[in-house]
Design a binder for this molecule. Structure first.
Ligand SMILES: *[C@@H]1O[C@H](CO)[C@@H](O)[C@H](O)[C@H]1NC(C)=O
Ligand SMILES: *[C@@H]1O[C@H](CO)[C@@H](O)[C@H](O)[C@H]1NC(C)=O
Ligand SMILES: *[C@@H]1O[C@H](CO)[C@@H](O)[C@H](O)[C@H]1NC(C)=O
Ligand SMILES: *[C@@H]1O[C@H](CO)[C@@H](O)[C@H](O)[C@H]1NC(C)=O
Ligand SMILES: *[C@@H]1O[C@H](CO)[C@@H](O)[C@H](O)[C@H]1NC(C)=O
Length: 328
């Protein structure tokens, strides 16, 4: 009896000890940035929506990298999260007025519940007093490849356009009245959160959101890009260029990916980088991110305004785009 009580007391104190370490770490990172790091960032706050449920260490490290005091964070916490996770996330939400925690029922990967979660955060952000300029949708396993300042410049260059992937959809299924019906339709489809974004951003006639583009116009372009890509591949069949043209990238799920690969990418965020699977890459990227956050390098984002959706919104016709094949 006595010994079992000793053991459980000890494991309790270990657990509390762990919690204190984690919380102290988060505070340490976040309190370093009580004020916006620059005027430019203060004037251009960003909003984030996240859906998380496990690996608290990863989520807190990730949050501490993305965190800036002028930004808005809405974190939807899935019902799969255990009590320790929930307690810690609630504490984080209680400490920061710009971090809002929403608790949602259990959802599975690719299930409909995720749409409810995404939507709740979007509604929260839309109703917030924060005058955020761009919204990023993240998961719990993302690492920023760009600093907040670099992202601000990139978003300015994107000039109100949405940045997302479009795929062909069955238009015949979507002929009724709008969003409620669409959301009902998504209930039962695969990975509905991705379909939701593409639909909201790709149908300006039905859903006239700012920055949305008629994605059907882009689908032809996407097919042409795929064909051009195949053609290049055929022409380069026996050359060393092949891997490059194919756009091969390192198998991130199997080993620690060379850091320099990520550092030179134009993307804002690396998705599905796991702290317990690729710890070296994960921490090297955070370190690089932190270094650039506090010692900003010159960063000119003007090339991002050459992206097809940005030019198209600005009125450039499809056949005059600078990089027609940069479509995703
Ligand atoms: C609960 O989640 C935390 C953080 O993700 C993890 O460290 C811990 O092992 C989990 N506890 C149980 C009982 O599964
Ligand atoms: C940004 O958008 C506005 C209005 O759509 C347009 O007039 C302007 O040329 C755009 N600027 C860039 C750099 O795309
Ligand atoms: C989604 O569909 C399932 C099964 O048809 C149903 O039980 C559930 O209530 C639906 N969820 C929503 C939010 O409409
Ligand atoms: C590539 O090499 C194979 C085998 O050596 C050859 O049959 C083929 O014609 C080559 N392709 C091109 C495009 O040169
Ligand atoms: C960024 O680069 C573009 C094109 O090279 C140039 O026209 C522009 O002046 C640069 N902007 C800044 C702020 O340096």
């Amino acid at each position: 009896m006595a010994s079992s009580r000793v053991i459980s007391m000890r494991s309790l104190s270990t657990r509390i000890g762990h919690m204190i370490i984690i919380i102290t770490r988060v505070f340490y990172w976040m309190l370093m940035t009580e004020r916006p790091l620059s005027r430019e960032e203060a004037d251009f706050p960003l909003a984030y929506g996240l859906v998380v449920y496990k690996n608290i260490m990863q989520v807190l490290h990730m949050l501490s990298a993305f965190y800036q005091p002028q930004n808005l964070y809405c974190i939807a916490m899935d019902g799969h999260a255990n009590e320790t996770f929930k307690t810690l996330m609630r504490n984080v939400g209680g400490c920061f007025s710009n971090i809002h925690i929403i608790e949602i029922p259990r959802i599975g990967w690719g299930e409909y519940g995720i749409v409810t979660a995404v939507w709740s955060c979007l509604k929260y952000a839309a109703a917030s007093q924060n005058q955020w300029k761009y919204y990023q949708y993240l998961s719990g396993v993302d690492v920023p490849l760009k600093t907040n300042l670099e992202m601000v410049r990139i978003f300015k260059a994107l000039n109100g356009s949405m940045n997302m992937e479009f795929i062909e959809f069955q238009p015949g299924r979507l002929n009724g009245r709008k969003v409620a019906k669409y959301l009902r339709f998504l209930n039962g489809t695969s990975i509905p959160d991705e379909a939701l974004w593409a639909t909201l951003g790709g149908n300006p006639k039905v859903l006239p959101y700012r920055g949305s583009i008629p994605s059907s116009d882009f689908l032809g372009l996407k097919r042409a890009a795929a064909e051009a890509h195949q053609r290049l591949l055929r022409e380069a069949e026996n050359s060393s260029e092949k891997a490059h043209i194919r756009g091969e990238f390192y198998p991130t799920a199997s080993f620690d990916t060379p850091n320099r690969y990520y550092v030179s990418r134009p993307e804002l965020v690396a998705h599905k980088l796991y702290i317990d699977y690729e710890p070296a890459t994960f921490f090297c990227l955070l370190k690089e991110h932190q270094k650039r956050t506090y010692l900003p390098r010159p960063f000119n984002a003007s090339r991002y305004s050459e992206l097809p959706q940005v030019e198209y919104l600005r009125g450039v016709p499809l056949d005059k785009l600078t990089h027609p094949y940069f479509i995703n």
